[in-house]
Write a protein that binds this ligand. Structure first.
Ligand SMILES: *Cc1c(COP(=O)(O)O)cnc(C)c1O
Length: 471
């Protein structure tokens, strides 16, 4: 035995026989608990040999070792995917998982998780069915399109559409619409991966119908328009509207496709939001195919929707890539009830979570901010000063990038004379370390907590953990 090592470590067997440790075995299983006990003992042994084991008899007691194991096992079994509070002011925040789903969709997903479903099984005939059929009728009704198909996300929708219609051929796109969405989705790159050749026309700020007309040749497979999701070209600009492009395409018997990005199914103006071209309007203007996301303005699960001409959709569905990009039952379970909500547009702002959040009046957030102010100030102590202030939320996910929604929230600044270095960074980190992390945004020497998305039961949950902030 090493000189100086006065503390004897208990054996693994004695630790495992301990009643508190047996409770861990019951919860985490014997294999995991045993491995944890061995790791804890190895660490203690190493610390003792290094002479840093200061805990002595007490730290090496069975009770202390089991308590430490409990902490470890808890930490390692905590999910890495955590629920957070999105107080960034961006309602459809891609990094925070975009749309929150309405109750009807939640119930449907829970059922789909626990039961076999008629995913590809026709209950009338008892024969094999097609999973797209579950929502196609609804999508036709809501968009006016002849047919529809669903894939994993809109990026997949664009890829599949281009690969099906334009592999080895040219696709004409305006230089003003060569979007990069972020997360490596760039129209030119997707085009290449789809095996299509991008034929850029026009200039960054101005593209005319003649540019498209001059771009057409015997290799042209598609005329494509892309929604400028996350940027706006302003000043001396010109772009060609779809309805002007359609006759040109018809003249050459070339289909038109529109990547709408967010893609809304209703006119948002009726809810006091800025108008965004709807899928129905795009189909009515003559687009042969339209692609859009399920989890942006639509307010559903992550997926990509392709609607349009029946013959083209049929071709897309025959592409073997469709099988690689298809959605699972959970997605379809969630999507259908969300689409159903659109049949009652008068109730939509109440029932569709995304729309409810987007249409919350600033006065509602103002009342909340005033109620929460004192609680947050008390939790933060004297190092910070909290005020309730007007601010602006964003829709996010590339929908209406330049439009902002009047909101209200809490603004936290470092108290005058505070000696903390980087006080806002420290605070941001403390908020992220809460059991349910709070995500705000830093700007203008303050931490901003926009309350638009702190609705209903979420507010109570926010208040309930404030005490941990002062700890
Ligand atoms: C968001 C967006 C995409 C990508 O959609 P995902 O559903 O995130 O894959 C593609 N094109 C446009 C124009 C977009 O706005």
């Amino acid at each position: 035995m090493t000189t100086g090592q006065t503390v004897r470590l208990p054996s693994v067997d004695r630790i495992l026989a301990d009643a508190a440790c047996q409770a861990l075995v019951a919860e985490y299983g014997r294999v995991q608990t045993l491995a944890c006990a061995r790791a804890a003992l190895a660490e203690l042994r190493a610390a003792m040999l290094a002479g840093t084991g200061t805990a002595g008899e007490e730290g090496a007691s069975i009770a202390a070792i089991v308590a430490q194991m409990d902490e470890r096992l808890q930490a390692q079994s905590r999910s890495h995917l955590r629920a957070v509070f999105n107080l960034t002011g961006t309602v459809l925040h891609t990094n925070l998982g975009r749309a929150l789903l309405p109750d009807a969709a939640v119930q449907a997903v829970v059922e789909a998780l626990q039961w076999p479903m008629n995913l590809e099984f026709d209950l009338d005939t008892g024969k094999r069915g097609d999973r797209d059929d579950l929502v196609e009728e609804l999508l036709r009704e809501l968009t006016g399109a002849e047919a529809a198909t669903i894939v994993n996300n809109n990026a997949a929708a664009v890829l599949l559409m281009l690969n099906t219609l334009a592999q080895g051929r040219e696709v004409i796109v305006s230089r003003g619409e060569l979007v990069e969405i972020g997360g490596a989705f760039r129209i030119p790159d997707v085009m290449t991966r789809a095996g299509a050749v991008l034929r850029e026309v026009g200039s960054t700020n101005r593209t005319h119908l003649a540019d498209y007309a001059n771009g057409v040749n015997e290799h042209t497979a598609l005329l494509m328009k892309v929604h400028c999701s996350n940027y706006a070209i302003t000043g001396f600009t010109k772009s060609v509207e779809l309805d002007a492009l359609v006759p040109l395409a018809a003249q050459h018997a070339i289909p038109t496709a529109v990547d709408l990005g967010s893609g809304t199914l209703v006119d948002l103006a009726q809810f006091g939001l800025p108008h965004e071209t709807t899928v129905r309007e795009t189909i009515a203007a003559g687009a042969d195919l339209v692609t859009f996301s399920g989890d942006k303005l639509l307010g559903g699960p992550q997926c990509g929707v392709i609607v349009g001409r029946a013959d083209l959709i049929a071709k897309i569905k025959r592409n073997p890539l469709k099988r690689a990009l298809r959605v699972g039952k959970l997605t379809l379970a969630a999507l259908e009830p969300v689409l159903q909500l659109y049949r009652a547009p008068d109730l939509l702002a109440e029932r569709l979570t995304t729309l409810r959040l987007l249409t919350r009046p600033a006065a509602a957030m103002r009342g909340q901010a005033e109620d929460l102010l004192a609680l947050l100030q008390a939790a933060l102590g004297t190092a910070y000063v909290v005020t309730a202030e007007a601010m602006r939320s964003q829709i996010g996910s590339g929908a209406l990038p330049v439009d902002q929604l009047p909101s209200f929230g809490l603004v936290i600044r470092s108290a005058p004379g505070s000696r903390l270095s980087n006080p806002l960074g420290v605070l941001e980190q403390r908020l992220r370390a809460l059991p349910r992390p709070v995500i705000g945004r830093i700007g203008q020497d303050a931490l901003w907590l926009d309350l638009r998305c702190l609705e209903g039961a979420h507010e109570a949950a926010f208040i309930a953990q404030l005490g941990e902030l002062s700890a």
